[in-house]
Design a protein around this ligand. Structure first.
Ligand code: B12
Length: 209
């Protein structure tokens, strides 16, 4: 059934995608397996976009399909979640970038993993991060970014946190698309997570769990 789900996502057959995902969840498939299949399918679509086989409306369509699956999967992960709050996380997609599918997965995985998560949404300015950090006093700040050109916004966000005198009060994690260890170093963050599971382990590690 897994391949059926990937094929339906790649084929942009939304109704079929939702039917297969529902059947998989009802049949006891691990929600994480569904997320992993989505990620694989999005990689195929991304590759097709680069090769000129898919176009922008296809990206928008696939984004919507993935958000629908995320909505469907979230309560199932939540069911297994502990109610204990391990720490506060403030997260957002940096300025100039509106990709949020991956960030949303990270949000619900952290939430399900026992964190109190506050999501600033997309295209978040460095100042908006700083303002919210002052109000909320989170333990961890997560920056998501899928566009290479937005690495600079990530770096400026970290710098704004430094300038506001808040850098030693938070741990900063980065992720999304092609972000890697080298980008983490460039922007001055404390940790990089390749996926939502890595984000949760990083956060738990920082909170001494
Ligand atoms: C869907 C999509 C869109 C949708 C976004 C819908 C939405 N609501 O997010 C739309 C159509 C809007 C879009 C627009 C654009 N896109 Co686009 N898009 C994609 C696509 C196909 C999939 C991204 C995705 O959702 N992946 C699935 C998720 C689950 O993966 P993920 O985001 O990496 O997240 C995981 C991890 O990275 C990690 N993670 C994510 N965030 C965080 C944060 C933290 C703190 C941590 C620890 C971990 C973490 O955990 C997640 C879950 O495991 C990618 C191609 C690809 N293969 O990635 C292109 C891609 C990212 N887009 C691209 C481009 C160029 C654009 C546009 C500029 C196109 C244009 N010409 O206008 C615009 C940019 C608009 C803007 N200002 O942001 C390029 C970027 C190239 C680059 N290197 O800069 C890509 C790579 C396509 C390509 N191959 O060219 N896009």
């Amino acid at each position: 059934m897994g391949n059926g789900l990937s094929d339906a996502i790649i084929g942009m057959r939304e109704d079929e995608v939702l039917q297969i995902a529902t059947r998989m969840l009802d049949g006891g498939t691990d929600p994480m397996e569904i997320i992993s299949l989505c990620r694989g399918a999005m990689e195929v679509i991304g590759g097709g976009f680069e090769a000129g086989e898919y176009f922008l409306p296809d990206l928008i369509m696939s984004g919507e399909i993935l958000s629908r699956i995320a909505e469907m999967v979230k309560p199932r992960i939540g069911e297994e979640a502990a109610t204990l709050k391990l720490g506060k996380v403030l997260i957002g997609t940096v300025a100039g970038d509106i990709h949020d599918i991956g960030k949303n997965i990270v949000v619900f995985m952290l939430d399900a993993g026992g964190f109190d998560v506050h999501d600033l949404g997309v295209d978040v300015s460095p100042q908006a991060f700083v303002d919210r950090i002052s109000e909320l006093e989170p333990d961890i700040v997560g920056l998501s970014c899928l566009l290479t050109i937005a690495y600079e916004a990530m770096r400026k966000t970290v710098q704004a946190i430094v300038d506001a005198g808040l850098r030693d009060k938070v741990r900063i994690m980065v992720g999304g698309g092609t972000v890697d260890e080298q980008v983490r170093g460039y922007v001055g963050a404390d940790g990089f997570g390749a996926d939502a599971v890595a984000a949760v382990s990083l956060a738990k590690g920082w909170m001494g769990r």
